[in-house]
Design a protein around this ligand. Structure first.
Ligand code: TXA
Ligand code: MG
Length: 347
């Protein structure tokens, strides 16, 4: 069931002093307490929030996104101490990670104590917890007085939203409200690390890198499915993800190889869209998105926006050069390979 509803907009200024007392945050927080869905900015991507204690509210997240019910949601909190309200025990390594990286782009998986809706955790014995590093997100969570379940605020399968406009593109009329706090800074989602077992395991690469984690807690494993084809442990990783409107192909090679791949697609009579690094900015195509610079932070920040630029009516195929899959590039390539459905041309 998804009837049309009016979506309310609040535009907030991130830097005002008592954001939490503002009319906008108070109204949005009241919606959350009433079990309604409110999208909001975090430092990674926009999230689609609902009270993580309400079965009904959480179920409506899955409906609005068209998300499979077996894919658990991250629970967002505004204070580190809230972790103890929802977990059975917190290992020392998890505590160290929270101290170092919260608020920030790190989701920590721990055994839960049953106080959250079972819909949030998709029936698993663990829950993913995160304290986002964004003044609007923190003010909203705090004002609501609730733990907030929030997946990325896109329709399932689409690139994650990094602006309120992207969020509206996917969810307008399907959710109660959107808090607009401007474009998000990081652009890729949080790193998901499972701390419920002996050895911490990265289930999803993201804003906090493996070497940053290892500098704090020593050895960290990377889930097999991230480096090879294997059964995914993070339930979300098995579904189609981040897909643009037209098929995307990654090109792993130098500039000449990229040019030759583009030429082949054009010769096939395809309308081609290109995501380009500045060095190739002069290349011609039916549509282009030129990244602002070569830094991996910039690619991460602009990636989802770039993927959303290309419309089915304008291009048949999108091409982009691959980036080195280390540090933040590991997260960027993880998203790109999924967005491309695994299509990579290698030199
Ligand atoms: O940056 C982010 O993490 C954003 C913002 C809004 O906070 N949220 C986000 O949520 O990316 P979502 O639902 O799009 O991705 C959550 C990922 C999924 O791959 C899900 O399967 C995994 O985290 N996850 C959540 N709870 C889990 C659990 N208990 N065990 C294993 N994986 C879990
Ligand atoms: Mg998502």
């Amino acid at each position: 069931m998804m009837s049309y509803q009016q979506t309310k907009y609040w535009s907030v200024d991130n830097i005002v002093d008592n954001l939490i007392e503002s009319k906008e945050i108070q109204e949005a927080a009241a919606f959350l307490r009433e079990g309604k869905l409110v999208a909001f900015p975090t430092e990674t991507v926009y999230g689609l929030g609902a009270s993580a204690r309400s079965d009904e509210a959480v179920t409506s997240i899955f409906t609005a996104k068209g998300r499979p019910a077996d894919n658990p949601l991250i629970v967002h909190i505004s204070q580190q101490k809230d972790v103890y309200n929802f977990t059975k025990s917190v290992p020392e390594k998890a505590e160290k990670l929270m101290e170092k990286f919260w608020p920030g782009a790190l989701t920590i998986i721990l055994a839960h104590n049953g106080r959250l809706s079972t819909k949030v955790t998709a029936g698993l014995s663990t829950v993913g917890l995160r304290m986002p590093d964004h003044p609007v997100a923190l003010a909203l969570i705090e004002a609501s007085g609730e733990p907030i379940a929030a997946p990325s605020a896109n329709r399932s399968g689409r690139p994650s939203p990094t602006t309120a406009a992207h969020t509206a593109e996917d969810l307008q009329g399907r959710i109660a409200g959107i808090v607009d706090g401007g474009a998000t800074g990081l652009g890729v989602e949080s790193t998901v690390i499972d701390c419920s077992g002996e050895l911490p395991i990265i289930l999803r690469p993201g804003g906090v890198t493996q070497s940053q984690l290892e500098a704090v807690i020593g050895r960290v494993e990377v889930d097999q499915s991230l480096t090879e084809e294997a059964a995914p442990r993070s339930p979300g990783m098995k579904y189609k993800h981040y897909a643009p409107e037209a098929p995307l192909t990654l090109v792993d090679g130098d500039e000449d190889f990229f040019r030759s791949c583009v030429r082949k697609h054009k010769e096939n009579g395809e309308k081609v869209g290109l995501i380009l690094f500045p060095a190739l900015a002069s290349m011609e195509a039916d549509a282009v998105y030129i990244l602002s610079d070569n830094r991996i932070e910039t690619t991460a920040r602009e990636l989802y926006s770039a993927l959303r630029t290309f419309k089915k009516s304008e291009v048949d195929h999108i091409l982009m050069q691959a980036v080195p899959a280390d540090e933040l590039g590991f997260a960027v390539m993880n998203r790109l390979v999924k967005a491309a459905g695994g299509r990579i041309l290698t030199q």
